[in-house]
Design a protein around this ligand. Structure first.
Ligand code: ADP
Ligand code: ZN
Length: 749
């Protein structure tokens, strides 16, 4: 027998090895193996097993890693699709489907020594004082990890061994699972009685699961509409629908994957899922996969899934590769979130991978959002997805009143635009008087967003990137939010001919909001939540805990506070500058603004008192702002799709973004021009293809690299990907210029 192995070094090639007799029976598709490669020993994954090979003189596989095949054939197939569609080497795609913590040769369960009291036979001996103390504790607890026992009794292992010699206790080495949520106490919950909209949604999802369950092979015709889009306003009870759909998958003997954006993987979210399945007849472990786990925790969570003990997986982007088998249901919550897209190779979009995996494994896919992506809603309109709508909040809670404040007006009355309009100021005062809470949102951290000289026009820019530096007042520094460069704040204009001492800061960040609040409302308890204040792992949890228990009156923050938070006492949300995201050179700027405003607004009025939202804007009549004010997603979609169709932007087409990067701008530009000519020559057969560029990237220079882009648009992306892979392979870039291909990019910067 021989095995075909994909090696971890990206070679776009697979190699045959013979299976030695002592390993026969242990090797299957998906096994991790160690093989000789030249003088080295390398790890790889078996992608096929066959009787014989076309090659002679095969070297034997050296060993197998792990008792179980680590990559299931289904996940292997998914990895192949990712390699092809996202135009990357199959080895890189394969690597991404197995977490590092599982892939490594020495990854294993942690073993610990446990001490256990044994039933005593005969007369109990008289023990020395120390040993008696240990015994007393053990008799009470029955068993303890050795380390903990030593800690509690302040004694040494030798003393415990003496008890073992007397036959009173046993000391054994056992696997001890690392559980990242071990410290949480979880109270079981029951299904909630659904309201009519929820009931309809659940019924349709369950019916689709039943239909899949009865089919043996995926039927190609139904497979395409296996996907649901659950469009439910914030607080409409989507999560409850997910929970009951998961229960249905378990009843069918199947498992499920729930994807949530990394940022919403708060302990509360995880707890809701764990609590529902912690007892009862559908009891199962719920595995959690996200980037803050230690390697050991990740290893254990992954293997709990592989062993079938955890039937439900909740996690961020890469959890879509979890080895759940059989898989009945995939849920992608907040499907519009851009964090589902991986920004390095393989540049996959977890939502799209979820849809593909659902098709391959005949599982039902549910995408949920209060503000669906243009792509998903478009797919509903074209009959590819089934739309489920939950337009109202549970318990008849009203959607918050959204008031748009025209900041141009406010500006005339005072000198320069104020940070807080009189309306917002008044609203905050009211909340403080009533003991209700306020959330203030601004999408920019730091104090001021630029330092400029009004006399000569100098702006403090990053020496490595084409952006201005942000002033951080507390730390007294200017810093670049792209590369992290820091420098001292100059006292006079640095232009040698100018030296004006009256340099000014312009633009506002969260630090300044915090400071102005302290002046306006000296008694209010204000907390800021952004990347600068949330540095340690537990910071987030602490602040949210304090907010929940009413120790904070006003929470100021960036994106971090925009999503998922559910605080019944928050009755006011203020958005300081709604248009900041509108003026970016990206065709999705409007969509992003609409989503952000809707999400942030959704934080208000989640309790008994109706919520109020103030949106401060300099372009108050922009459609993204006006449709968000009216909570009108469909209205926004209708006007936005027109523009996308006219200009052939997604979802009316698909985009491939090619970025060339290098330290020498001339060389980068030259390579980009050359690539463009090659593309024009070789892609003639793709009829609807539009090639735009090369043009400097919106962020021309980042971390000292110049970047030029070519944008390709077509409806036939699979065909384009195939062609691109070949063109790229046949083309050699100059040594110091690199080319990155991003299929379906979510950001054009
Ligand atoms: P979403 O995920 O759409 O934002 P959630 O599922 O978090 O909404 O629901 C918001 C709150 O309403 C939660 O506290 C949830 O327990 C509760 N809830 C959900 N469905 C119902 C229902 N049918 N009846 C009463 N309360 C519900
Ligand atoms: Zn920089």
């Amino acid at each position: 027998m021989i095995a075909r192995v994909s090696l971890e070094i990206a070679l776009r090639k697979e190699f045959d090895y013979s299976i030695p007799a002592n390993l026969a029976g242990q090797i299957d598709v998906g096994s991790r193996v160690q093989v000789p490669f030249g003088p080295r020993k390398i790890l790889g994954v078996v992608t096929a097993v066959a009787e014989e090979s076309g090659h002679a003189n095969l070297k034997p596989i050296l060993k197998v890693i792990g008792a179980q095949t680590l990559v299931t054939p289904k996940v292997l197939k998914l990895a192949r699709w990712i390699g092809e569609y996202y135009c990357c080497a199959p080895e890189i795609a394969l690597k991404s489907v197995l977490p590092e913590a599982v892939r490594k040769e020495d990854a294993r369960w942690r073993e610990r020594l446990f001490v256990r009291a044994l039933p005593s036979v005969g007369e109990f001996p008289k023990l020395p004082k120390r040993q008696q103390e240990i015994w007393n504790l053990l008799e009470e607890r029955r068993e303890l990890p050795l380390a903990e026992l030593l800690e509690l009794t302040k004694t040494t292992a030798a003393t415990v061994r003496k008890l073992e010699d007397r036959g009173l206790v046993s000391i054994t080495s056992e696997v001890s699972e690392r559980d990242p949520y071990a410290r949480e106490t979880i109270l079981p919950t029951q299904n909630i009685v659904l309201n009519p909209a929820q009931a309809v949604a659940l019924e349709k999802i369950n019916a689709a699961m039943d239909q899949r369950h009865d089919e043996v092979e995926p039927a190609p015709t139904t497979a395409a509409t296996s996907t649901f889009l659950l469009h439910g306003v914030t607080g409409s009870g989507k999560t409850e629908v997910y929970l009951q759909a998961l229960a249905h998958a378990l009843e069918q003997g199947k498992g499920a994957i729930v994807l949530v954006p990394e940022i919403s993987l708060t302990p509360q979210t995880v707890e809701r899922f764990k609590a529902r399945f912690s007892s009862g007849k559908l009891q199962t472990l719920v595995a959690v996969l996200h980037s803050h786990l230690s390697a050991g925790e990740r290893h254990d969570e992954w293997h709990k899934i592989r062993q079938g003990r955890a039937r439900i997986v909740i996690g961020a982007r890469s959890a879509i590769f979890a080895p759940v088998e059989p898989l009945g249901l995939i849920i992608v919550d907040e499907e519009h979130e851009h964090t589902y897209k991986q920004e390095e190779a393989p540049r996959y979009h977890a939502r799209d991978v979820a849809i593909m995996r659902g098709q391959m494994e005949n599982a039902v896919v549910v995408l949920g959002s209060a503000t669906p992506s243009m792509e998903s809603f478009y797919n509903c309109k074209r009959g590819k997805f089934t739309l489920l709508e939950m337009p109202e909040r549970v318990d008849d809670q009203k959607m918050p009143q959204v008031r748009v404040v025209d900041m141009r007006q406010a500006m005339y009355k005072e000198k320069g635009p104020p940070l807080f309009s009189p309306q917002l100021k008044e609203a905050i005062t009211q909340r403080l008087e009533r003991g209700e809470q306020t959330i203030l949102f601004l999408n920019r951290r730091g104090y001021s967003t630029s330092l400029l000289c009004p006399k000569c026009g100098y702006v403090a820019n990053c020496p490595n990137c084409s952006v201005s530096l942000t002033y951080h007042r507390i730390e007294q520094k200017l810093s670049c939010h792209i590369c992290g460069h820091n420098e001292r704040v100059p006292l006079v204009c640095p232009e040698p001919k100018c030296k004006n001492p009256a340099i000014r800061f312009a633009g506002t960040g969260t630090q300044k909001v915090e400071e102005v609040l302290a002046k306006l409302f000296p008694k209010a308890r204000v907390k800021r939540m952004d990347a600068d204040t949330m540095k340690r792992k537990d910071d987030y949890r602490h602040v949210l805990g304090d907010f929940r228990t009413g120790k904070i009156d006003i929470l100021v923050g960036t994106q971090m506070i925009a999503k998922g938070l559910h605080f019944p006492n928050v009755t006011l949300v203020g958005i300081i500058y709604a248009d900041s995201a509108l003026h970016q050179p990206d065709f999705r700027a409007g969509e992003r603004t609409f989503q952000l405003l809707t999400q942030v607004s959704g934080r208000a009025g989640r309790g008994d008192v109706e919520g109020e939202v103030f949106v401060q804007a300099f372009t108050p009549f922009h459609p993204a702002i006006q449709y968000a004010r009216r909570h009108d997603f469909v209205g926004f979609y209708e006007q936005e799709i027109e523009f996308r169709e006219q200009l052939k932007y997604p979802p009316a087409s698909r985009v491939a973004l090619l970025t060339l990067k290098g330290r020498n701008e001339e060389k980068v530009k030259f390579s980009a021009d050359h690539l463009k000519r090659e593309l024009e020559k070789k892609l003639k057969s793709l009829k609807d293809l539009i090639i735009a560029g090369p043009a400097p990237a919106p962020l021309l220079r980042a971390e000292n690299f110049y970047r030029y882009q070519i944008m390709l648009r077509t409806r036939a992306m699979s065909a384009l990907s195939r062609e691109l892979a070949q063109i790229i392979q046949s083309l050699t870039q100059p040594e110091d210029v690199t080319l990155a291909v991003d299929i379906d990019p979510v950001s054009l910067s």
